[in-house]
Ligand binder design. Sequence first.
Ligand code: UDP
Length: 249
Amino acid sequence: MPSTPCETHTAPAFPYKRILLKMSGEALKNPETGTLIDTATLDRLVEDLHGLRALGIQIALVVGGGNIFRGLAGMKNNGTDRTTGDNMGMLATVINGLALMDYLEKHDIPVRVQTAIPMSKIAEPFIQRRAIRHLEKGRTVIFVAGTGNPYCTTDYAAALRANEIHADIIFKATKVDAIYSKDPLIYPDATRYDTISYDEALQKRLGIMDTEAFALCQTNQIPILVFSMSQPGNIRRAALGERVGTLVS
Ligand code: UDP
């Protein structure tokens, strides 16, 4: 029906316009079969991303590499030099990022991969303004290779990129459904938090992210939503502001 001059069109108010989703490597893994990149997880992601795109919500991803390699573990297990091991870990995030790119594009989601370690045959270099432009054009941007520096984590990369692209929030997709006072699998009396302040999370040493990443979010007041990706539709629900996981702000 054509609109009349009196009709007002108010844009739907979603709490977040631009989201940075941090997916750990572990979140990609199938714990039962041991498959490094689980198709069911990818399918859930595709469905959620389609939902967000339909609402005009912009999404960037930082993907971890822990399902493949971690520098610290390499050092502990094989005596691998820490810098070499961390470089291997960052390359693992590139593998995951390319797998995500391939899968998302096959499901009609336009993607650009930007890497912190130059590899021009594989991905664009990370360029802040270009990343923002991609998001504005409706592309999903996947940031890989962490920060490009050893002795860092992909959580730190997520905090950094979230600041750089002016994201409204970090969605930290993990294996657990929320933040608890202690491990709920071991302690049935563990308290589940719906919301928690940065200070309280620090005080209680809840280990939501590594200290540096957490501090970067706190200093710049970027909220962090911690939730599980194993439930279908969780990302979409969280983006719509429904109660999912724990909000740190
Ligand atoms: N890494 C690094 N610098 C970064 C990001 C990651 O050296 O900026 C390395 C580090 O060895 C890390 C590995 O890459 O263990 C994989 O990243 P992470 O452990 O953060 O992945 P996740 O736990 O999210 O799967």
